[in-house]
Design a protein around this ligand. Structure first.
Ligand code: AMP
Length: 304
């Protein structure tokens, strides 16, 4: 088992879906990621929150074994995101983004953090992603990055600079099209790989996920769920399952990458069953194993 470091947002989210509405609940890319990955490996979190951030949220992460020593409490307000979904749950509409304490956040890694073998640059300002990557004292065995439309549009140059340096890029389909400026997803994946990374993972919500690894494609379906309440965090949870598994196995070969795609899909399938991290907080290792086995059945093809 190898350790996994994540930098990203820790947030208070307000979300509306056709099935309900929540106000200022725990969210953020690094939150979903670290919570999900903690089921598979040891996770270290680097982020910032404001003084208004409830202690109980920090306790939730700490109780799962997430190393929260890198979570800095700054004077000011916690990052806030407000989003809404229509019946097409695949696309979030951002109503408001308040960077708050993230506007002046300058991450500083300590020695242990700077030697972590697996690194995930979760969705956050690409300048912060780059600042963390630069502070790594030994080049991690694998660096992955996630982003979103907000940064692709707002900080494209900085984003391209960091994309060039990483091994894996994870995005949803809309973001992949936007980053590659290409409508066809297969071409978009290849275009992104041509920017530098060895691996591109495109998350497609209810349609599953696509992997392009060393030029070879692989696909996993989404778990066929009848009750999807809130897709917020599904992408970050997917990444948490994916990276958590790679770090746990401490391998990045093609077969391990494919199994990691299934772990990503398994973890994301739980997140969407409730708002915020609610479903994940009720999750145990047996349920993860059971759903992984169901996935094996779902994608197995007998020879004729
Ligand atoms: P996803 O997994 O793609 O659904 O990401 C959802 C999470 O991303 C939410 O919990 C938000 O707090 C967070 N988020 C939304 N916008 C941003 C942004 N511009 N930068 C960083 N995190 C964000």
């Amino acid at each position: 088992m190898a350790e996994l470091l994540v930098v990203g947002s820790v947030a208070l989210d307000s979300v509306e879906t056709p099935f309900g509405k929540v106000q200022e609940v725990l969210g953020g890319s690094a939150t979903f990621f670290s919570y999900a990955a903690s089921f598979l490996t040891q996770v270290r979190l680097v982020a910032t929150v404001g003084q208004d951030f409830p202690d109980e949220h920090v306790k939730l992460l700490r109780d799962r074994g997430v190393d929260v020593r890198g979570l800095r409490v700054a004077s000011g307000k916690t990052f806030r995101w407000t989003g809404a979904y229509g019946y097409d749950l695949n696309e979030a509409k951002t109503l408001e983004t308040q960077l708050n304490v993230f506007a002046d956040f300058r991450p500083e890694l300590d020695d242990t953090q700077a030697h972590t073998p697996y690194l995930f640059l979760a969705n956050i300002d690409p300048e912060l992603q780059l600042a963390v990557l630069k502070q790594m004292r030994t080049r991690p065995r694998l660096v992955a990055l996630d982003t979103m439309n907000f940064w692709i549009k707002g900080k494209r140059e900085a984003l391209l600079r960091v994309v060039r340096e990483v091994d894996v890029v994870t995005l949803n389909d809309g973001e992949a099209r936007q980053l590659a400026e290409e409508a066809n997803l297969v071409k978009a994946a290849r275009t992104i790989a041509a920017l530098g990374p060895r691996t591109v993972v495109i998350k497609r919500g209810e349609y599953g996920a696509l992997l392009l690894d060393d030029g070879a494609f692989f696909v996993v379906p989404a778990y066929p769920l009848e009750s999807v309440f809130d897709p917020t965090g599904a992408g970050d949870t997917f990444a948490g399952g994916f990276m958590g598994y790679l770090a746990f196995r401490d391998r990045t070969d093609a077969a391990t990458m494919r199994r990691a795609m299934v772990y990503g899909s398994v973890m994301a399938s739980f997140t969407v069953e409730d708002f915020s991290l609610n479903r994940l907080t009720r999750l145990d290792a047996r349920e993860i194993d059971r759903r992984y086995a169901e996935f094996e059945d779902l994608i197995r093809l007998e020879r004729d």
